[in-house]
Design a protein around this ligand. Structure first.
Ligand code: 4AD
Ligand code: MG
Length: 498
């Protein structure tokens, strides 16, 4: 089989490509077919005078997403999508598609989500899935090269790991079972057998909130390391993120271009150390005069941008009346862009006062909300690591800071550009008595944790780990504003099909 991604090796040769019609247009004597084969898109040109009548008729019968084989000669052509073009000599149709519901015209996101099984074929979705695949590859490479053992944690579990409010309950014969929220507790057991391990699997949270960052089913990667303290945990998290971003930049530049991703901040992530700030410092920043000023400035900037956009829109609307057809299309496209941007600005303007209010009145001891994270990150181009959170907002298994018992030895990695928490981790409580006490404080049934407590009875050691959310990482690297486009078939509140 010859694939479009390899056409550089077939210039001046006759080849057959097998794929689907991505797009087409025709004139009296020429037919332009954009063929996609899963690896790329190639423009195939059918010239009426160069082919038998049947081939011309076959071309004219095609519809969007029809499946076919095209044979022809490959020529280099810089102007063509992908850089190569086929001069067609033959066409073999597999199926002429029915009227395809997704056309190049605008569709609302609900419609696209209903047609997710088809939407996956569109270029942006294609590019995002390729980036997702690269991230997965980078993750395995990173850990395998460091001799971490990959483990599969169970999906049916008997106990909660991350709080009891987001558990999906199910029947397990005559017992209750839960879909796992995290593989961590099992990862800890495996780390005591192998030293360095990582899980890579689906996790489930009955999140009732509809946000850009929450799925009910998402994939988590959880390394767990015996004899690692919090410092070493944070070092590993930083190296890990940098390795992933570097590999995506090196190998998926074409996909990032399709996604129109600005890669400057991704480069900054690879090249710079991540600032590490304590929760206490983060709270100080949130409540500072500088934050208030920053937000006031943001309001001004947004207002100014809005009035400039409105001026531009007025001008091009005037021009539209007498514009040529191609220019009209250009103007319409720009007007759509402006409308979308203004809508976003207005949403920001509605939100900023609330953000300011919640930042300035932030109470020590609570967890950061989405807007608090956004504000904290406005000052950085790279991810940051926030460590030593109040123990009360964190999970039962976290070790306390010996210098301040109110704090947990926790660390979260926050991504820049408003993407929020991508990693949560900690050093684990390794003392049997203290861990038992925590289980009671969190109202968890001790008997369900007896196996976990055994890990503290038989050779307990200091150990640490963290969990990376795959979909939030994909969203950040692709520059997507919602996690629903980061996984082939997203599961979230109100979405179970397709
Ligand atoms: O911070 P979390 O809840 O940490 C844990 O589950 C620990 N057991 C990890 C560990 O130490 N081994 O979740 C880890 C990450 C978050 O930072 C976020 O990226 C992602 O998982 N995540 C979600 N992603 C999408 N939808 C949701 N509902 C998510 N909840 C968490
Ligand atoms: Mg967390």
């Amino acid at each position: 089989m010859i694939y479009i991604k390899n056409l550089a090796d077939h210039v001046d040769q006759d080849v057959t490509l097998k794929g689907w019609v991505y797009n087409y247009r025709s004139s009296k004597n020429l037919y332009f077919l954009e063929l996609r084969d899963g690896t790329g898109i190639c423009q195939c040109v059918v010239s009426k005078s160069d082919v038998p009548d049947e081939v011309w008729e076959a071309a004219e019968s095609l519809r969007q997403e029809s499946s076919l084989e095209v044979t022809g000669n490959i020529v280099e052509d810089e102007r063509s999508i992908g850089g190569y073009e086929m001069h067609v000599s033959d066409i073999k149709i597999h199926q002429v598609a029915e009227d395809y519901p997704i056309t190049p015209k605008e569709h609302g996101v609900d419609f696209l989500m209903e047609n997710r099984h088809l939407w996956l074929r569109s270029q942006r979705q294609w590019a995002a899935m390729r980036v997702r695949n690269e991230i997965i590859y980078a993750i395995h490479t990173f850990f395998q090269e460091r001799d971490f053992v990959q483990m599969d944690a169970p999906i049916f579990t008997g106990n909660a790991a991350e709080g009891t409010t987001t558990l999906f309950e199910t029947e397990y014969f005559d017992e209750k079972a839960y879909l796992t929220q995290s593989g961590q507790l099992y990862g800890e057991a495996m780390a005591m057998a192998h030293g360095l391990i990582y899980t890579f699997g689906p996790t489930f949270r009955a999140e009732k909130s509809k946000t850009r960052r929450h799925l009910t089913e998402f994939w988590m990667i959880e390394p767990e390391m015996a004899y690692y303290d919090l410092e070493m945990d944070m070092d590993l998290a930083e190296d890990f993120i940098q390795a992933i971003v570097k590999q995506v930049l090196d190998r998926r530049s074409k996909e990032l271009e399709i996604l129109e991703r600005d890669t400057e901040k991704l480069k900054a992530t690879v090249e710079n150390d991540f600032p590490r700030i304590s929760y206490n410092e983060a709270v100080e920043t949130l409540k500072s005069d500088e934050t208030a000023e920053l937000l006031d400035q943001m309001v001004e900037d947004r207002q100014e941008e809005r009035s400039e956009l409105m001026k531009e829109r007025e001008e091009i609307e005037k021009e539209r009346g007498s514009a040529k057809k191609w220019r009209k299309a250009q103007i319409d496209e720009r007007i759509r862009e402006i409308a979308a941007r203004i809508e976003q600005i207005e949403e920001d303007l509605r939100n900023i006062p609330g953000w300011k209010e919640s930042a300035l009145n932030f109470e020590w001891g609570t967890d950061f909300g989405g807007s608090d994270e956004t504000i904290l990150m406005m000052q950085y181009d790279t991810p940051i690591i926030v460590h030593r959170y109040p123990a009360e907002v964190k999970a039962f298994y976290m070790k306390r800071d010996p210098e301040d018992e109110k704090l947990a030895l926790a660390c979260d990695v926050l991504a820049p550009e408003g993407y929020g928490e991508i990693i949560g981790g900690s050093e684990r409580e390794d003392d049997l008595g203290t861990l038992k006490k925590r289980i009671h404080e969190h109202d968890l049934p001790e008997d369900l944790f007896d196996w976990y407590l055994d890990l503290r009875k038989y050779g307990s050691v200091p150990h640490s780990g963290f969990g990376l959310g795959l979909e939030r990482t994909v969203a950040w690297l692709c520059g997507l504003d919602h996690v629903r486009e980061t996984i082939p078939f997203p599961r979230m509140l109100g979405r179970l099909r397709p």
